[in-house]
Design a protein around this ligand. Structure first.
Ligand SMILES: [Mn+2]
Length: 465
């Protein structure tokens, strides 16, 4: 996305010294180890119990130490085989080797994956498909499908493709940890919808290609997860169909195009969204109306500085101008970094690392080695310590998504208010900050935020990692 207006660049402070190993040795003593072992037993019992029991029960019985694996009712033999270890994982019982032979919307010759071809009765069509493919019904209510992508050709910037690979790897890591599917698109699904318009046809196609998903989550190629544990608060969005990072007063009162950011959004796979995508796309470069929309947007959005119609200004316009039709179903998330501006975030990462180390000093179960697959559980444990951290600007919580708006890793162009170095160093720093959260489950970490090498972290509990 093109860059929004923001404050002057200030060069980030010199990188903090490596802290991981030196800190660890200060506080791990024999006494601590002994006490740690005893506490650990208590914590382990408590934590296993809290996983197994959905309702509060102050006197856990011994069963909780033997997690029970219940076979599901057999639909066919293969599926039972897949299911028996999958209890509690949403959608893990999905049968990938069976499609219902009954006719469904995929058999309708008049339908298309392309934007510009409106779909009717999509909610019913999706429901019908799920009815006929019941192994996908479990978990369908909250199922998320992530989308991202970049241009079809090689990057002009010599390290651009490497950076895109790292940004993509970060999304794959996040999705693997949370059990989400992800698709990376690098072709133009509509030949005339390039740059920031290119995502619209991808979202439209994905809605139809993935009827099992309730939510499609677009995340720009220049955005990355800097909290690998945080999960979208989907309950909060239950009455909404589109979620973007934004501030209502900036859109409704100021008609500002920077009142939201269109580089990350969550859209429900439903008829409303089909209609909305068609409406939004009507402002795009593939239509004869493109120039007209350029002037309409420029005349109604005072801080828009360039003549072309763009997706972000178009989205803001639909919210303030066609309020009755759309705004009720659009959630402007401003509480946490649904996506956040890198220049504001990257300078806070060292302090956040310190704060999280302090939490881990206090809570042994957070230092416990565990399989990557159960990382969600440790994210929930950590959450208990983050009540005072706050969210967003000024918080010491790990920022959820850091967006390198204005840096353009692939082209190498960047907004003139930053030096190229600040962009590239900040990207490496944020990528390593995120990577450390993943690598520790594999037993390694970067010793310093800008160091590409890694050190092994001690295996034995409760050494710090
Ligand atoms: Mn972007």
């Amino acid at each position: 996305m093109v860059s929004p207006d923001h404050s002057h660049y200030e060069s980030s402070s010199p990188m903090a010294k490596p802290t991981l190993r030196s800190k660890a040795s200060l506080w791990i003593s024999d006494g601590f180890l002994f006490l740690g072992g005893a506490l650990m037993a208590v914590v382990l019992i408590w934590s296993l119990w809290s996983i197994a029991s959905p309702s509060p029960n102050p006197t856990p019985s011994p069963e909780f130490l033997r997690p029970e694996i219940k076979p599901r009712p057999a639909e066919d033999d293969k599926q039972t085989e897949m299911n028996c270890a999958a209890d509690g994982v949403p959608g893990a019982g999905a049968n990938l080797r069976r499609d219902s032979p009954e006719r469904n919307f995929y058999d309708s010759p008049e339908l298309s994956y392309s934007i510009g071809t409106p779909v009717r009765d999509w909610d019913e069509k999706r429901r019908d498909w799920l009815r006929k493919n019941p192994s996908f019904a479990d978990g369908a209510k909250d199922r998320i499908f992530m989308l991202t992508g970049s241009q079809p050709s090689a990057c002009k910037n010599s390290v651009g493709d490497h950076l895109l690979l790292r940004f993509f790897k970060n999304k794959v890591d996040y999705c693997r940890i949370h059990g989400y599917d992800i698709f990376y698109n690098n072709v133009l699904l509509h030949p005339n919808m390039g740059s920031y318009w290119a995502k619209l046809p991808v979202v439209r196609a994905a809605m139809m290609a993935h009827p099992e998903a309730e939510w499609i989550w677009w995340v720009d190629s220049d955005a990355l997860f800097t909290d690998m544990e945080f999960k979208l608060p989907l309950d909060r969005y239950k009455d909404h169909n589109l979620v973007v990072h934004g501030w209502a007063h900036l859109i409704h009162e100021k008609h500002s195009w920077t009142g939201l950011n269109a580089g990350v959004f969550l859209i429900r796979n439903c008829q409303w969204a089909m209609d909305f995508m068609e409406r939004w796309a009507q402002m795009g470069p593939q239509t004869p109306e493109y120039e007209k929309w350029g002037s309409i947007l420029r005349s109604t959005v005072p801080d828009k500085t360039f003549p072309e119609s763009d997706d972000q200004t178009g989205l803001a316009y639909l919210i303030f101008k066609e309020k009755e039709r759309w705004a009720d179903k659009i959630y402007l998330e401003g509480e946490y970094y649904f996506e956040g501006y890198w220049e504001e975030i990257v300078r806070t990462l060292d302090n956040i690392t310190e704060k999280y180390l302090e939490i881990e000093k206090r809570d042994e179960k957070l230092r416990r080695r565990h399989a990557e697959k159960v990382s969600d559980q440790y994210g929930a444990f950590r959450e208990e310590h983050l009540g005072a951290a706050g969210y967003g600007l000024g918080s010491w919580r790990r920022p959820f998504i850091t967006h390198f708006t204005g840096c353009q890793p692939c082209s190498g162009n960047h907004n003139e208010m930053y030096s190229g170095e600040s962009c590239w160093d900040s990207m490496r720093k944020a990528l390593n900050f995120a990577d450390n959260q993943v690598l520790r489950s594999f037993g390694f970490m970067h010793p310093h935020p800008l160091d590409p090498s890694v050190d092994a972290v001690p295996f034995n509990y409760p050494s710090y990692a």
